[in-house]
Ligand binder design. Structure first.
Ligand code: 2NL
Length: 341
């Protein structure tokens, strides 16, 4: 029996030393100490021993067992450590390698200018309003006092979806919705995408962007209109530009005006200036006192309230700000163009 235990021990220690991974090590453990293991078999056979022999062999067997277990544990630690070292050696990182370049994008030039314009009006207490891009004839035309026979209603100029629905041709419908749903005082700007059936060229696109503004309260006058727009223009183009109001006509405002700024390129000094065509002035927006009929149609009492409105094209404002000569640049997404802003 003693002989047998010594053999088991020697063989087990030999096998443990020969194991080069954890799986092999576990196989050794099962073969010796498992339910059907060699040592377990010996311990089971103890019952057949004499009363004198049993405690001696029992003690010895337990010592052998403890030794094998300790050796298994040792080998496990050694193998794990070795595996980890191999893993680390394999995963060496060369911190001196050049890093991947992080390329950061930025806002589109029109977004930059729109954000600036929003900031200016928010600073004057205006809110930003939005609305649907698809409207019916009432919101797109009739509520704005645009007469039945007006050329803008023509299928040549407007994208109709069916008999009733069309792509909005301005952001005025947004303001009509606001007038219908809120009580004055109203101070909003409505920026957004608008659509007209135009051929693409350097200054036209069937999809473009507008910013309209609307202020309605008691005692709003043309003086408020002029003051607000002058502050806006001076914030946008600088205090040195001069502002000119010229009488004009719009069906939704009365009186109406167009607003010019002194040429930001030549300041009127270049008779051949391509931007102002030698006039010294550049038209940048249209405006006027909201027509009383427009107020009444949207449920606002025109005896109690008055207001002003204005509209401008974002493409045009952005082109003037950066000296961009062709509007198609905005939509082509050529990075050589976009990178410059
Ligand atoms: C232009 C001129 C303008 C308006 C837009 C407006 C909207 C409502 C009522 C009255 Cl709901 N007016 N908008 C007023 C005057 C001019 O735009 O040349 N835009 C590019």
């Amino acid at each position: 029996m003693q002989q047998k235990l010594a053999e088991i021990k020697a063989k087990a220690l030999e096998s443990i030393r020969a194991s080069e991974n954890l799986k092999k090590l576990d196989e050794v453990r099962v073969a010796v100490l498992g339910k059907k293991g060699e040592l377990t078999g010996v311990l089971r056979g103890m019952k057949d021993l004499s009363n004198e022999e049993r405690p001696l062999i029992g003690k010895l067997a337990n010592e052998v067992r403890a030794e094998i277990e300790a050796e298994l544990e040792n080998a496990k630690v050694t193998i794990s450590k070795k595996l980890r070292e191999m893993q680390l050696a394999k995963e060496v990182i060369d911190v001196t390698l050049p890093s991947k370049k992080v390329t950061l994008g930025h806002r589109h030039p029109m977004t930059i200018v729109l954000d600036d314009i929003k900031d200016i009006f928010i600073g004057m207490g205006y809110e930003i309003a939005e609305g649907p891009e698809i409207e019916n004839a009432y919101y797109n035309f009739d509520a704005l006092n645009i007469p039945e026979e007006h050329p803008a209603k023509d299928e040549q100029d407007t994208f109709y979806i069916n008999e009733e629905m069309m792509l909005r041709t301005s952001t005025s419908p947004v303001q009509v919705h606001v007038m219908e749903n809120r009580k004055p005082p109203i101070r909003i700007i409505a920026p957004g995408r608008v659509f007209r059936s135009d051929e693409v060229d350097a200054t036209h696109s069937p999809v473009f962007h507008q910013i309209e503004g609307l202020v309605i309260d008691k005692n709003i006058t043309m003086g408020d209109l002029k003051g607000a727009l002058e502050v806006f223009i001076h914030e946008l183009y600088g205090k040195s530009v001069r502002v000119l109001f010229r009488p004009h006509f719009f069906p939704f405002t009365e009186p109406s005006a167009e607003v010019d700024v002194s040429c930001v390129i030549c300041d009127g000094k270049d008779k051949n200036c391509k931007v102002c065509k030698g006039t010294g002035w550049i038209e940048i927006l249209g405006c006027g006192m909201v027509h009383p009929r427009v107020l009444e149609m949207s449920g606002i009492d025109s005896d109690e309230y008055s207001g002003f409105a204005f509209g401008m094209g974002l493409e045009r404002i952005t082109m003037l700000r950066y000296g961009i000569k062709d509007l198609r640049m905005f939509y082509e997404n050529d990075v050589r163009f976009l990178k410059q802003f």
